[in-house]
Design a protein around this ligand. Structure first.
Ligand code: ADP
Ligand code: NA
Length: 330
């Protein structure tokens, strides 16, 4: 009955998750509950790498947890917790900081992108070292698989390097994890610029589908998605990135293979595809929004789930941290 372990973290900062988060990551969280001993964490320590209003942060962490539960996480089949409730993350994070080369950390492309966006002078040291805290998040649970989107691949590579380094220097301590990235949905693209990923920080409001938005608002965004000057509905990432992105979203939400969709839409225009995709999305987000509201309306249940999750997580994290501290000489 020894199942492989899965661990993933998601930031609470945007309020609503977006369609890229759901298709790229959260959907896999739900699936891996069945096959893995799965740990999922709302990473509020990561959130403060950029300034946060305290009350808003606290509310957004609970909102993130509510959305994860509404997406299908079942607290009886996985461990769901808030990162700051488990102090071992920060403790192992320090050890990992001391194992990482400055040049090595400087090569993380997400920092370059994000610090450019915030202005190099305003970027915090926390933002710089966040991938290293993420290493600790993963290694604490001896995770075998880390379900994430394509943008996280470099950070998982760093995690593997640091696990190997620690094990080599101090003796076998950590499982070396692997990224679990679903090829088809690892990168969902911005609706207005289908050459960049849909992202809470880089997308314009029209380019991003927020799961908690009014379905009418999302339908409008899908209907005004940028496509191309042809009329043919065909999957071609290179030549038709906009249409291909819509087909990926449609296919994943309905479980219909893309070639089947291409056949179904033969001779029909982009308008038909967009209208029907809006309906498909409506069918998914309507119950999702209702369930999220139900969890938020019952704070005692939500807090109970998160307290139990933190307790289960701590049992595992404390054991790993103790072993690591011992090896280091603490
Ligand atoms: P964002 O990139 O919008 O800031 P996060 O960094 O909080 O979102 O990402 C949370 C999870 O969602 C990560 O596993 C990330 O890889 C995944 N993810 C984010 N955007 C996308 C996207 N456009 N397509 C696929 N996965 C994504
Ligand atoms: Na990201």
């Amino acid at each position: 009955l020894d199942r492989p372990r899965a661990l993933s973290g998601i930031q609470p900062t945007a309020g609503s998750f977006h369609l890229g988060n759901y298709l790229g990551a959260i959907r896999q969280y739900v699936a891996l509950q069945e096959t893995h001993d799965a740990f999922y964490t709302v990473v509020d320590l990561h959130a403060i790498t950029v300034p946060q209003d305290p009350a808003e942060l606290r509310a957004n962490s609970r909102l993130a947890a509510a959305q994860l539960l509404a997406s299908g996480l079942d607290p009886d089949r996985c461990t769901l917790f808030i990162q700051s409730h488990v102090p071992e993350h920060a403790q192992l994070g320090w050890v990992m900081n001391c194992l990482t080369g400055f040049g090595e950390a400087s090569r993380m492309t997400q920092f370059k992108d994000k610090s450019a966006r915030h202005g190099a002078d305003r970027a915090t040291v926390g933002l710089f070292t966040y991938p290293i805290l993420q290493v600790a998040d993963i290694l604490l649970y001896q995770a075998n698989h880390v379900p994430v989107g394509e943008d996280q691949r470099q950070h998982i590579e760093l995690t593997r390097d640091l696990a190997d380094r620690f094990n080599g220097r101090f003796g076998e301590t950590f499982t070396v994890p692997e990224a679990y990235i679903v090829k088809e949905t690892g990168k969902i693209y911005d609706l207005q610029d289908p050459t960049i990923k849909m992202s809470k920080s880089a997308s314009t409001p029209k380019g991003i589908v927020s799961l908690l938005d009014e379905p009418k608002v999302s339908a409008k965004k899908i209907k005004s998605a940028v496509t191309d000057l042809e009329t043919e509905i065909r999957y071609d990432e290179e030549k038709k990135p906009g249409v291909s992105n819509l087909l990926t979203i449609y296919s994943t939400l309905t479980g219909t293979a893309i070639p089947e969709l291409e056949r179904r839409y033969e001779g029909k225009g982009y308008g038909a595809l967009k209208t029907e995709l809006s309906e498909v999305l409506l069918e998914w987000v309507t119950p999702f929004r209702e369930r999220t509201q139900e969890y938020l309306a019952d704070p005692a249940t939500l807090d109970g789930i998160l307290a139990k999750g933190a307790e289960k997580a701590r049992a595992v994290a404390a054991e790993t941290l103790a072993a690591a501290y011992d090896k280091v000489g603490f």
